[in-house]
Design a protein around this ligand. Sequence first.
Ligand SMILES: *[C@@H]1O[C@H](CO)[C@@H](O)[C@H](O)[C@H]1NC(C)=O
Ligand SMILES: *[C@@H]1O[C@H](CO)[C@@H](O)[C@H](O)[C@H]1NC(C)=O
Ligand SMILES: *[C@@H]1O[C@H](CO)[C@@H](O)[C@H](O)[C@H]1NC(C)=O
Ligand SMILES: *[C@@H]1O[C@H](CO)[C@@H](O)[C@H](O)[C@H]1NC(C)=O
Length: 177
Amino acid sequence: MVLLRLYLLAVGGYFGCCLASYVLQVDLFSFAVDDPGIIVSQSAYVEQEQNRSYLSGHLIFNKTVNEITMRSSMNISRPRLPEVRLFDVKLNVCQMISNGYKNRFVRVFYNSYASFVNTRPACPIKANFNYTLTRAYLNEKVLPELLPQCIFRMQLVFQHQSKPLAHMQLNGRLSRA
Ligand SMILES: *[C@@H]1O[C@H](CO)[C@@H](O)[C@H](O)[C@H]1NC(C)=O
Ligand SMILES: *[C@@H]1O[C@H](CO)[C@@H](O)[C@H](O)[C@H]1NC(C)=O
Ligand SMILES: *[C@@H]1O[C@H](CO)[C@@H](O)[C@H](O)[C@H]1NC(C)=O
Ligand SMILES: *[C@@H]1O[C@H](CO)[C@@H](O)[C@H](O)[C@H]1NC(C)=O
């Protein structure tokens, strides 16, 4: 614990910063459907405004869905350092949207984006409902202090009953304001 704190202090010193404030820029936000019999309509796009990226899109399911798993992985790369995998986890989406995960990282990310959906997401996922995400952004203040400046690549792979349903890609960069 002490060592970790010292390391973080050293990293913070290296970046010459005290109270971090970040700029999170998303360069790519894409969503692709793997089972067009279940997801019948979708869109995903990103808008850049000043130093924030806004994500919007919609999703319509053709049938009620009770079970979705999500494999979420993220790689980061920094100048002169090898690319590293930050995490690679498999989550139960219904458990995540009912706030069943205690993991702070999962909760913070999920809650910041869920508030931009036109309904409180819940399982079962409704058929023929236009789930719309409107100008969602991550409040940079929820990010932990002393994150490295990096380029990130995040991939979300969704499955329904062990069959590919859809996949999403989110690429961007985190820098100091
Ligand atoms: C929606 O689902 C129904 C029954 O599950 C199916 O008959 C229909 O073809 C589907 N529609 C599309 C656009 O895939
Ligand atoms: C992320 O890194 C792992 C190894 O650390 C690699 O196998 C994988 O292809 C990388 N993914 C992307 C999207 O670059
Ligand atoms: C769903 O909502 C989005 C955002 O309002 C809209 O752009 C899209 O056309 C709608 N799709 C359908 C099929 O109603
Ligand atoms: C980010 O945007 C804010 C508000 O628009 C502005 O005050 C700030 O100077 C910008 N920072 C950078 C690094 O562009």
